[in-house]
Design a protein around this ligand. Sequence first.
Ligand code: NAD
Ligand code: UDP
Length: 343
Amino acid sequence: MSNILVTGGAGFIGSHTCVELLNAGYEVIIVDNFSNSNPMILDRIEKITNRKVKSFNCDIRDENTLEKIFKENKIDAVIHFAGLKSVSESCQNPLLYFDNNIVGTINLCKIMQKFSVKKLVFSSSATVYGDTSLPPYNENMPTGSVSNPYGRTKYFIEKILEDLYKSDNKFSIIILRYFNPIGAHESGLIGESPSGIPNNLMPYITQVAIGKLDHLTVFGNDYDTKDGSCIRDYIHVVDLAKGHLKALSKIMSSQGLDVYNLGTGKGYSVFELIKEFEIASGKKINYIVGERRSGDLPCVYADTTKAEEDLGFKAKFDLRKMCEDSFRWQTKNINGFEDNITL
Ligand code: NAD
Ligand code: UDP
């Protein structure tokens, strides 16, 4: 079976993808600097899969260490998750984001090319569609009208990968544009563990549910949507992880550069998500309605046709299951990985 190097494999989406890779029989090598994750996740991944994971504490910008990893390990393909992802932090410190995400990716690609590892799956985001088109977003719509440095790093990296492929068509690259991943592995052993107060909706809701935060603020109820709150395409992180295995199968057997949306194609409002979460958890979610958050689009959801037709990918889990699994993870890990509890 093939050996897959997973950058950012200790993170939220990376860890769930490593579980699916290991379950499918791949060998996994994680490269992560743990800037936004905890090494104890490695034990949890091994516990879920009953398989061993090779891992390296390495920043992808560290050319020497990364090169050594490529020299000493057989690597057939790379899934590249490593990156910083906070929109607000990227506005405060854009250079950090350009350096970490863009320079990190360039470094990774240089080393891949040097070692003739030319199969790559990259984590992009629906944010690259910006506000120039209306949903459902399909892969042929224009990209680039992004409103913050984080989004720009995704857009620039997509362009860098396109140019790389044009210059060397032995590469086989798939760019995946994620919509809104939530949920957690059913075991409750791995899940999203934001540091500090969460920026994203689901971790905020789960922390209100367990009483760690007092109430949620809904960012605006005066949008031109069915109930005035914003609509998003939430996808279970395990479905998202499985999408990476589909992408991997494709790059292993062909050359080219392709872009795919990973979403469910269905949009839910903030109020709908709160309601569904209350049913799934049996907890009341206190909320107030606040101001709109700058940069938020009213409605974002995917056209999933291309991923269905080309990759055979279709998300399986519904919103109820996403809420149940997010809540289970939060209940078992009140402070995420910060408590360092052995489960
Ligand atoms: P995450 O922060 O949980 O995981 C990212 C991992 O990368 C972390 O473990 C972090 O320590 C590591 N990392 C960061 N910079 C690194 C570096 N320079 N060298 C080595 N490791 C580094 O984030 P996630 O939610 O799992 O997201 C994974 C990828 O998917 C990111 O690129 C993110 O931008 C992208 N993405 C995420 C979402 C989302 O909503 N979660 C949506 C769209 C795209
Ligand atoms: N949201 C909210 N309150 C919060 C966090 C988010 O009302 O505390 C809303 C936000 O306006 C957006 C949706 O929830 O419409 C999803 O936001 P998130 O940050 O999770 O993902 P985004 O779509 O911005 O990437």
